[in-house]
Write a protein that binds this ligand. Sequence first.
Ligand SMILES: [Zn+2]
Length: 362
Amino acid sequence: MTDKKPLFRKGDQGPAVVEICDRLLRIGAIKKASNVIDETVEAAIKEFQQSRGITVDGIVGPETFRRLEEARWSLGDRILSHTPGHLIHGDDVSVLQRKLSDFGFDAGRIDGIFGKDTENALKELQKSTGIPVDGVCGPTVFKAIERLNRVVVGGTPEQYREELHHLPRKTGVSDKVIVIDPGHGGEDQGLLGHALTESFVAADISQKVEGKLAALGTTVLLTRLAKTTQIIDEQQRAVFANNSFADLVVSIHADAIKSATGNGCASYYFGNEALGQKSSMGQRFANLVQSEIVHTVGLKDCRTHAKTWDLLRMTRMPAVRIEVGYLSNQHDAVQLANANVRDLIATSIAEAIISFFEPEKN
Ligand SMILES: [Zn+2]
């Protein structure tokens, strides 16, 4: 319909009116089809004009008709791209722009018109998710947005971007690089209790995890050898993980305190509530591994917590530190002294890593 076309108002009927009513019906503005602009249809037109911020007169002229045309598109209905000279208009473009903006990409004004700013923001999204950077909003982008809608509700741009970054990595564990970090080592034996050293427990569980994942084809890198003499600090371990382009870092420690009754397993991810910082993927993996260990091994659940320790803060990938139990506690120490239990802990950690990278079914 061009600007030359007539206006349609109350009492009019004919093929064009049928089309107008069909559009109103499709966006839910009227309840049933009509071939005449009666009172109900006129009211629906007015309501639609009001909701779009255009002149409310109940008459369908070129602008109202164009807006009805735009309103019929939902994100995913058609491929969107920047087409100079003939820009795509539509509600699907508005939704895309809103999403890009929520994810922290600057799409400019949310006006429902696919312009250069929208294209640039879309390319940023594609770059960060590792999908081809062509500025075209097609099935891969629809899928990424759909998934984010499912997993992140009212998230921050950082959370959205971490999710977007993780999405293309959910292709199974076999092509991943996992850094396993046995705490302490060398002169530094870590904490002590019931004749067990933290460095031994950490190294043994780490080696067991390495064996289980290596069998699946995963590249597993340990930050230290079991019998190292060197002391490697947390910053060096973080640099090692970054230089290895690891997909995930799992650091293994054990705890000990003065009180003999303190017991259980806890997992830590990067975050500081006071500063509003949080690695949502770190938290997700921490929750996975924590529940896996607690349910499989039967250690007390001391839950997951946000911390800003160097290893968690300086790594550029999700990183989690697990305190597998208290050496100072009789029950936990007996468990950790048992090679079968350490193997069970290693299995739980490997299982959590597998499910973290498991492809999504849909
Ligand atoms: Zn430690």
